[in-house]
Design a protein around this ligand. Structure first.
Ligand code: GDP
Ligand code: MN
Length: 379
């Protein structure tokens, strides 16, 4: 789950990471009022779930409250990589002497949180990694011990020479690690971490991604979700309790069980097709889940054919067949549907489908080949 910069800042601030206080606005007059309260120069920043806002014109300096209102006027409603800006953050402008990068990601390879730090901050860390990898230092952290003081200092020495700044940066890294572990993050980064002419070390930008699988023990974090920033299909799937991930292909897949869903996607690819999604309707699927699944899949204009692949166990195949029947009675599905089902109550399921003029297959290979042909317009 992505969250906004202002929300990420609140998490960092609660952990004691130094930064300048600001506030969010949804209208230019409110942005102006915040700028007046702050006094002096401010920065007006688009709040959207994408990086690189600066380059896209979503970060503007304003010398006074009037300019802050103008900047908000231009940024609000702006599209950045397909997402609309609904809020801006107004913060005091900092004088910057240097920009560094400090980030923590959950790394699958080492199965640990890994720190990445670089004195070349402010720009995309991917760019630094590609062009000047020697400017990045990585440190996997053993979660048993956490980030030890000498490790934090070593990372900080890679960024700064001045010892006061080294100590400040080391403390910020320890606090960032706390934010990361206490909030179930898959990513927490500060870019840029700046030094000011008077020697302070401050976080100017914050990005936090919370692992969806961690939300069960932090239901309070769910309140930070902004559905207007998510693909509508994924938000609808979450509300319907379906595991759904949109992909770029044209074969819609409705499957029960994550393992079978993966195998189905593999087979679609094996026969030359491209899956349009991963969708697991879960173990004990009721007809309503099937209706919701079809609704979600058919909103994707790329989908040219739909495959049901159901292995009946706890899932009753007649429930799935009834779901298909109900869905087709509720709304038109304009693309071909191929159904493969086998297992619990399959005779009843075949009968239900026959009743609405559909035939189901019991062989997975055959069904996948058929749906791939259908998606290519050959069947
Ligand atoms: P991003 O582009 O989405 O990562 O947005 P950032 O908040 O990181 O801002 C992008 C860049 O704008 C930073 O790297 C800075 O160079 C500049 N910037 C942001 N805030 C300030 C500020 O308070 N003062 C100054 N002088 N520049 C800023
Ligand atoms: Mn940034």
């Amino acid at each position: 789950m992505n969250i906004h910069e202002y929300q990420a800042r609140a998490l960092l601030k609660a952990a004691g990471v130094p930064m300048l206080d600001g506030d969010v606005a949804s209208t230019p007059p409110v942005a102006e009022a915040i700028a007046r309260r702050i006094g002096g120069k401010v920065v007006v920043k688009a709040q959207v779930h994408v990086g690189g806002r600066g380059k896209a014109g979503g970060v503007k300096l304003a010398a006074n409250p009037g300019e802050a209102a103008d900047a908000a006027e231009r940024i609000l409603g702006m599209q950045i990589r397909g997402l609309t800006v609904h809020k801006v953050l107004v913060v005091p402008a900092a004088d910057i002497s240097s920009e560094a990068y400090v980030g923590l990601i959950m790394d699958r390879e080492t199965q640990r949180p890994v720190f990445m730090v670089s004195p070349a901050g402010g720009i995309d860390i991917e760019e630094v990694a590609a062009k000047t990898p020697e400017k990045i230092r990585r440190l996997p952290v053993d979660p048993t011990y956490g980030l030890l003081p000498h490790q934090a200092l070593a990372l900080a020495f890679f960024l700064y020479k001045d010892f006061a700044q080294v100590k400040a940066a080391a403390q910020i890294m320890e606090r960032l690690y706390t934010v990361f572990t206490h909030n179930g993050c898959s990513l927490a980064e500060i870019n840029p971490l700046v030094t000011t002419p008077d020697g302070r070390v401050l976080a100017l930008d914050a990005k936090v991604v919370i692992d969806d699988n961690e939300l069960f023990w932090r239901p309070d974090l769910e309140e930070l979700r902004d559905e207007s920033e998510e693909p509508p299909a994924e938000a609808a799937a979450r509300r319907a309790n379906l595991s759904f991930i949109k992909l770029d292909g044209n074969v819609g897949c409705v499957v029960n069980g994550a393992g079978l869903a993966m195998a189905t996607m593999d087979l679609v690819k094996y026969y030359g097709g491209e899956p349009a999604n991963f969708l697991d309707i879960g173990g004990s699927s009721n007809p309503e889940k099937v209706v919701n699944a079809l609704k979600i899949i058919t909103t994707d204009p790329n989908v040219k054919a739909i495959l049901f692949n159901i292995f009946g166990g706890i899932t009753r195949t007649d429930d799935v067949a009834n779901g298909i029947k109900t869905a087709l009675a509720q709304f038109p599905v304009k693309v071909p549907i191929v159904v493969r089902l086998t297992g619990t109550n399959e005779a009843e399921a075949f009968r239900i489908l026959q009743g609405i003029g559909m035939t189901a297959l019991s062989d997975m290979d055959e069904a996948v080949q058929q749906v791939v042909r259908a998606a290519k317009g050959a069947a």
